[in-house]
Ligand binder design. Sequence first.
Ligand code: FE2
Length: 213
Amino acid sequence: MTNPATATRPTASGFELPDLPYPPDALEPHMSAETFSYHHDKHHQKYVDTLNGLISGTNLEGKSLEEIIAASKGDTDKAKLFNQAAQVWNHTFFWHSMSPTGGGKPDGPIADAIYRDFGSYDEFALAFKDVAAGQFGSGWAWLVADENDKLSVMNTHDADLPMAHGKRAILTLDVWEHAYYLDYQNKRPDYIASYLDHLVNWKFANANFGQAS
Ligand code: FE2
């Protein structure tokens, strides 16, 4: 399975908002169609539109998201460009990190690697909940692999993402307030628990884990 986020390249007219990989009400009651109507249709669309405006007429026009992220990371003069490109990538990756048939314990190679690197699924879940709940303000929680396929969890601030730190994303959870406020209000821990128990897409995680670094 091709990673839908890393495969993202612009069309002749620029980047396009990717479709959700399921109907917008498919994750209810854990994530509502109303949330997707804002989060995907408005927020993700805005990141795409702003990115297209920023690269229009520059030497980054026609480049992939990954190339734009690599060209702008760590450069304060290009912070706005990095943020928009990263948020386009992050959101596409997030939609695929969830599934209507997701949640619960993993199977396949990722299950073995979680046991190897965290000790148990429960230890992984605790660690993931800690980084997701502990992210102060806007950001993302991730399951990532290093160049030796060793797994760990990490959080990133605002639009930042693992590829800017030499890590490969396996799964993510958006912990910006816009991701959960309509369904969970201020109860971020409940949102994190719903993601792990009912939504997390281990098939996608296995596909990402199986990709060469
Ligand atoms: Fe978001």
